[in-house]
Structures are given as structure tokens and as C-alpha cells.
Design a protein. Structure first.
Length: 136
């Protein structure tokens, strides 16, 4: 569940960032920066929200989210943006094109495939999202 919150939040931030910055005159670098920032914001926010709903005080939930989600979101963002750099047409396509949405799907799908084993590896070592399990 914790991994799901993190991955969904990261995906929401990534898509929102690409949609917000999508214009004919945009700079690819700006799209990536905004998307990364929003991926971290939404990834942390969904984790914090679930912890606070479970009765955890906000400040503690924030500390737990930072400790548990940072590696997960970072691995997702590295993979996602690597795919976008390898296929630049995904990054320059207008929001109305199939290529834009295909690019987001491919890059986020690749990020998911890489990040799930990363999270599994962390959980087995009582790190990452394992920090959240005891709070629910």
C-alpha cells in the first residue's frame, strides 16, 4: 500500500508537470524540472496523507515520508527521465498528440518496473516503505 501511494503520487506529479509545462515554446529542461518537483511533492503528500489518516501526527508523518519515499521517488524519476531523454520526441510532442501520452505511458511504465524491485529490496531490509508499515 505504501509503495502504491508513493508510485501513484509520483505519477500524478510527473503527468501534471508535463501537462502544465506543455506549450509550443516550452523548454524540455523546464518540463523535467517541474515534473520532478511535482513528483516529489505528490509522492510525499500521498504518503503523509495516509499516515495522518491513520492517526500519525503531521510532523512525524513528514519525517517518515521523507525517510521512506526518497529512494523510491528518486529511482522512479531517474528511470522516467532517462526514457524521455532516450526518446526526445516524447518530450517535444504537443499535449494533443498520441506521442505525448505514449511517452508518458512508456516512461512511467519503465519507472514502475524499475522501482518496484527497488522498493522490495528496501522493504526486505526494513527500510523504505517498511518504515510506514508499523504506522498503519
Amino acid at each position: 500500500m505504501a509503495t502504491g501511494h508513493c508510485l501513484i503520487g509520483c505519477g500524478i506529479g510527473e503527468v501534471l508537470g508535463m501537462v502544465i509545462t506543455n506549450s509550443p515554446h516550452r523548454k524540455a529542461g523546464m518540463s523535467i524540472v517541474v515534473s520532478i518537483i511535482l513528483a516529489f511533492v505528490f509522492g510525499y503528500a500521498l504518503t503523509i496523507w495516509s499516515l495522518v489518516r491513520s492517526g500519525v501526527e503531521f510532523r512525524r508523518a513528514l519525517r517518515i515520508a521523507l525517510a521512506s519515499d526518497t529512494v523510491s521517488i528518486t529511482s522512479m524519476e531517474i528511470t522516467d527521465n532517462l526514457v524521455l531523454f532516450l526518446v526526445p520526441a516524447f518530450l517535444t510532442a504537443p499535449i494533443s498528440s498520441f506521442l505525448f501520452w505514449l511517452g508518458l505511458g512508456v516512461s512511467l511504465g519503465a519507472a514502475f518496473i524499475v522501482t518496484v524491485p527497488v522498493n522490495r529490496w528496501l522493504i526486505v531490509r526494513d527500510q523504505g516503505h517498511a518504515l510506514i508499515h508499523g504506522e498503519h
